[in-house]
Design a protein around this ligand. Sequence first.
Ligand SMILES: C[S@@+](CC[C@H](N)C(=O)[O-])C[C@H]1O[C@@H](n2cnc3c(N)ncnc32)[C@H](O)[C@@H]1O
Length: 633
Amino acid sequence: MEKLDLKTPNFTNENIEKIAELFPNCVTEKKSESGELERSIDFDALRQELSDSIVEGPQERYSLNWPGKREALVTANTPISKTLRPCRDESVDFDSTKNIFIEGDNLDALKLLQESYLSKIKMIYIDPPYNTGNDFIYNDNFTVDKDEYDEASGQRDEEGGRLVANPDSNGRYHSDWLSMIYPRLKLARNLLCDDGVIFISIDDGEQANLKRLCDEIFGGDNFLSSIAWKKRSSPDARSTIGSIHDWILCYLKNGEQPKKAIGKIPLSEQRQAAYTNPDSDSRGPWASVDMTGMLGRATKGQFFEVALPSGRSITPPKGRSWGLAEATFDRLCADNRIWFGSSGDNVPRIKKFLSESEGQVVPSIWDMDEVGSNDEASKEISELFGAPKIFDTPKPYRLIQRMLQTSTAKGGDEIILDFFSGSGSTAHAVMQLNAEDGGTRQCISVQLPEVTNDKSEAFKAGYKTIAEISKERIRRAGKKIKQDNAGKEGRENLDTGFRVFKIDSSNMVDVHVSPDEAHPELFDTHVENIKKDRSSEDLLFQVLLDWGVDLSLPIIREEIAGKEVFFVDDNALVACFDEGINEEFVTELATRKPLRVVFRDDGFGSGKDGDSVKINVEQVFKLKSPATDIKVI
Ligand SMILES: C[S@@+](CC[C@H](N)C(=O)[O-])C[C@H]1O[C@@H](n2cnc3c(N)ncnc32)[C@H](O)[C@@H]1O
């Protein structure tokens, strides 16, 4: 039986595999530091394959570089052996919801999600710290020792991670921020599906650096727009040129089919006002559009004579053709889709009905009247919490709704990710839009338990971390959306719940100890390879992550022959982490024909007896459910 390795993917190994696919001759073996043979790349051979297009050494090249970039890349590629522990108490509708809230550092979260959500996310929105000199950024470089760190920053998250202040007096001001965001964006890109889109909020401080960095990560061809969002109406009186906008960088995962990735948005109120109904058409309001076309593109058949209702006949105006063929014109006329003016004597125009409108093209400037402002966002939070200033830098949920409208289908069921969740505005926007258009979009939010300042309103109101604010906002917003939509058809299907997970060390005891460390107590804990404080549900979710199974699938817990068994999405995965697994019990499980089944390694008993039960169990599945993949932890 194969053992699950319960570690996030090793991207260096995956990169070697990709090179091996293209250039098998460039893959070789070398001895690792521990003396074992490992696959490696023969750079001399690769150099020969690419000999005409190599830049090396001091030769000039176009690139974005900063001190620490290489380490940041290593940070992205290094596997971790952490896990996500479910937290039922803090969740809402744990068993039925498809939304997820992850508390912890997003670098870890992105690594943990790599298998289960690879190429599955349709839209990512992030609003990272802008690097204003006042915000804290995450220090992934753990070389600073504890005292040095505490002295330097006075900040530490609950997991002992390091959040460091990044004042602009720091000589590595921009470099540190780039080193923070680089590995996260690299990992996030893997999660986007082929027609996926990422939106990133930023201000003038790092816009230029972020644009260059994203060109490198997503590819310059996949850049769609630097959207300017007017976030306030008047500039700060103290400024020289007062900024009243933020940027929202927008990139596609794959620019080949941009229209599939980004659709139109509903017509603005201003555009809708242009639709009227002067002839009381039963199809409702309409606007008329020009029916003439350009001469250069016209065929002979586009110069026909039109008989107007007034009795006059006309041909296209001078220098123009008709924009359609005569047969099409006749068809539209017969369907009352041509407008000759109230006098019946005007140049004909085509009627476009509001009810048939596909919306408007997404503009590159977003106005606060349409998508909300900073003030609106603060008001939303104050109203939900019944107290002012609970969170300093929220975005209005209407802003994120606009992103959702452009990148997901009306009534869609896509997965959305925000890994700098803050006050949870993305989760709020997803629930709100689902309530409006009957969608079943799912949201994954990630937020660090960054401690709130003890003088802040949030702290005084009892919220010790930003993650607590985020969760409470989603709870309150969900309740309000349900109330606001009471009686609306389909409301019972509206998902306002979320499964909370906390990032923690692996559930498994670290068995990689050197012989001189192997004293008897350690040996005792290793007989049980699972940490004592971990529940069967903890183990289940670590298995789901490792096996690349969606974390939001429905889970049913049953008791079979006195043992606790989890059925994930009916028979997608069946897990039992109890001891005393035997043939009789397994025969019962095999009748359910699970796709995957997992047990704990010591669940079969120890020694030779355990080994023979294991062999028998494999035989039972081979006979009764040969397609089942069996693994142990
Ligand atoms: C600008 S705020 C996001 C605000 C959010 N868009 C909203 O509308 O409320 C950035 C958030 O990212 C969080 N953050 C910073 N570093 C993080 C990390 N490494 N992992 C997860 N969250 C992080 C901060 O705690 C902060 O809440």
